[in-house]
Every structure is written in C-alpha cells, then in structure tokens.
Design a protein around this ligand. Structure first.
Ligand SMILES: CC(=O)CC(=O)C(=O)O
Ligand SMILES: [Mg+2]
Length: 215
C-alpha cells in the first residue's frame, strides 16, 4: 500500500483553487479568472467518511462544492507544466464546504476567506486513490447528490486550468510536499445544505463517498 494512503495524517497543507469552471464563476456572478485564484484550508478541516459535516454555529448558508483532489507524491518547487505530472502521488475526491454567507461578507469587506472555507469539517475527503487508477485527471466525470437528487454534474475537461498547469503554477509560490492536497475547483450546481441531508459524491467509476450533515 502507498505511504500516501494516510495523506490526511502526513499532509502539511491543503491548497484550493477557486473559480476554475466558468459555469460556476457565472452562477455566483464572479468574473472568469485569467490566472488561478488560490486559498488554503488548515488540515484540521479534514473529515473522513463515517464522521459528519457540522454546520458551524451562526452559518446560515453552508454550500457543497465537489472537487477533484490531487495528492502530491514528491517535493516540487518552481516546476514546469511538463514536469508537473511527476509530482502527482495519487488522487482523492474532496468537498470544499463553504460558509457562503461568511464568504460573501468577507468579499464585501475585502477580508480573507479563511473562516468561511477553513472551519472544522470543511474538507470532507474520500479514501486515497492510487495514481495508476486514473489515466487522465483532465477527463473525469465528477458529481454530487443531496438526498439522492443530482446537484452537481461536471467533467474535469471543463476546468479553465488543467491539473498540470495548476501544479506548476502553485509550485512557483508554495513548495509542494508529499501528502499535500490540491483541490482543483468546483463545477456549477453548488447549493445550500441542511441538517440531516446526505451528500453522496463520485469521481468517474473510481471512487465515491457519503457524508451526513449535522447542525
Ligand atoms: C467562489 C468560491 O468559493 C470558489 C471556489 O472555491 C471554487 O471551487 O470555485
Ligand atoms: Mg471550491
């Protein structure tokens, strides 16, 4: 078994990409970016299957964002797009749970999104997926249902910036280390969740996961 199977324990950082699908940028009335928008989540935000997603106190608009996760396998600093795939150690499916009311408030004030995106349980994550299980990460169906109803359905080919471009771009600023996770942005269809909801998500026929939402 790969050493990266416990990437949640060894992970040093979670780097997230925002607005990487133009339909999602449009549904929130955001401009389409000309270069990747990056933010970080703390590793304390991880939650694995079997434990609930908890709506933070005073949050009134918690949204799901299903995203392809890249688990970094080797140290990478200032690498080129051509070198990027060598840094991939494997994959995971992730949810970038977002307190949209808090994020909107922060955006208005020009404040960071740290609390809106990084509160405890804001990063539900699947089991580790071995690198060889996915031939092309830029050609994967990705979906999410809430209580059995389809809410998000996309394909990573619609990402504005490819997986390799993102790894290269991020490595110009942050040295990537084994166990780091990159969340690559969400397709359209984000929506509010309520206590008792059951979220199911999947990546092609490679991996799926389920989480219950609690107050
Ligand atoms: C508007 C956002 O929250 C950006 C984001 O996280 C995304 O996946 O897009
Ligand atoms: Mg996101």
């Amino acid at each position: 078994m790969s050493k990266l199977a416990n990437f949640r324990e060894i992970g040093r950082k979670i780097v997230c990409v925002g607005r990487n699908y133009s339909e999602h940028a449009a549904e929130l009335n955001n401009p389409v970016p000309t270069k990747p928008i990056l933010f970080l989540k703390p590793t304390s935000s991880y939650v694995a299957e079997g434990s609930p997603i908890k709506i933070p106190k005073d949050c009134t608009d918690l949204n799901h964002e299903v995203e392809l996760g890249i688990v970094i396998g080797s140290r990478a600093s200032c690498i080129s797009v051509e070198e990027a795939s060598q840094a991939i150690g494997g994959y995971a499916l992730g949810l970038d749970m977002t307190a949209r009311d808090w994020q909107n408030e922060a955006k208005k004030k020009g404040h960071p999104w740290s609390i809106a995106k990084g509160f405890d349980t804001s990063c539900p994550i699947s089991a580790f997926v071995e690198k060889d299980k996915i031939k092309n990460p830029n050609e994967l169906d990705i979906w999410l249902t809430v209580n059995g109803e389809k809410r998000q359905s996309g394909n990573t080919r619609d990402m504005i910036f490819s997986v390799e471009y993102l790894i290269s771009y991020i490595s110009q600023f942050f040295t990537l280390e084994p166990g780091d996770l990159l969340l690559t942005g969400t397709p359209s269809g984000v929506s509010r969740v309520q206590p008792g909801d059951v979220l199911k998500a999947g990546l092609g026929d490679v991996v799926s996961m389920q989480f219950k939402v609690e107050a």
